[in-house]
Design a protein around this ligand. Structure first.
Ligand code: PEP
Length: 256
């Protein structure tokens, strides 16, 4: 049985005041939520604030990126041990926006996964194809390559401390969601890739779907056998929408 996991990616949004009301709104509705891991990932500067607001609650905090280095002359970077030090438990790595806009290669992402694991953080490793790649029938090749880099850089056993997020790039922030069947096919493919190395790890690793997930489409996606939760962008900026998805995850994942 894999425990569902729902994580909010706030991207470049938030103020001290907005974060406070958003987190308090989430905490308000969270007490009846059992059987689902829940986290939000604000911009770096707000991680300590959200960690303090969510202290001793079921809401965990993560970051949206980290450096592959622990310290040194890397102006503007934030290291994984620093994030752990201020209360982060998760870090999203290899998000398609980082890959596309900040030149993060598979090798850099793999090095970041290593740094996050060494700091005791749970990496959320994002993989997924662009629309062009899907239309060229390259989805499996792209996802295989992205996974292979992280496996060869960190070893298959490290995946017992990694969460994977399958995020088709064409579904992120577009309102266009992968159909449950399209998502399930790729999730099963990802599990199969891991199973080529270790069947036990493949069965236990949690694979989130990300890409325009909302309370209204979450149930069909989360009912798929290999979808274990969601990485949520836009809908994580509204407490009610985010909680709605968390409730669906608690009620749906593993219950078929
Ligand atoms: C994301 O950025 O990881 C994401 C899934 O965004 P959205 O839910 O807005 O598509």
């Amino acid at each position: 049985m894999r425990k569902p996991i729902v994580v909010g990616n706030w991207k470049l949004n938030g103020t001290l005041a907005d974060n406070e009301s958003l987190v308090l709104g989430m905490l308000d509705g969270m007490s009846p939520l059992e059987g689902v891991d829940v986290a939000v990932c604000p911009p770096f500067v707000f991680v300590p604030q959200v960690a303090r607001l969510a202290d001793s609650t079921a809401l965990a905090v993560g970051a949206q990126n980290c450096s592959e280095h622990d310290n040194g002359a890397f102006t503007g970077e934030v290291a994984a041990p620093m994030l752990a030090d201020v209360g982060a438990r998760y870090v999203i790595l290899g998000h398609s926006e980082r890959r596309a806009m900040y030149g993060e290669t598979d090798e850099i992402v793999s090095a970041k996964v290593k740094a996050a694991l060494a700091a005791g953080l749970t990496p959320i490793l994002c993989v997924g194809e662009t629309l062009e790649e899907r239309e060229a029938d390259e989805t499996e090749a792209v996802v295989r390559r992205q996974l292979a880099a992280a496996i060869s850089g960190n070893g298959i056993q490290s995946f017992d401390r990694i969460v994977i997020a399958y995020e088709p790039v064409w579904a992120i922030g577009t309102g266009r969601t992968a159909s449950p069947e399209q998502a399930q096919d790729v999730h099963a493919f990802i599990r199969g890739q891991l199973a080529d190395h270790d069947a036990g790890i493949a069965q236990s690793v949690r694979i989130q779907y990300g890409g325009s997930m909302k309370p209204g489409n979450a149930a069909d996606l989360l009912a798929q056998p290999d979808i274990d939760g969601g990485l949520i962008g836009g809908a994580s900026l509204k407490a009610e929408d985010f909680l709605g998805i968390c409730r669906v995850a608690a009620d749906t994942v593993g219950k078929q």
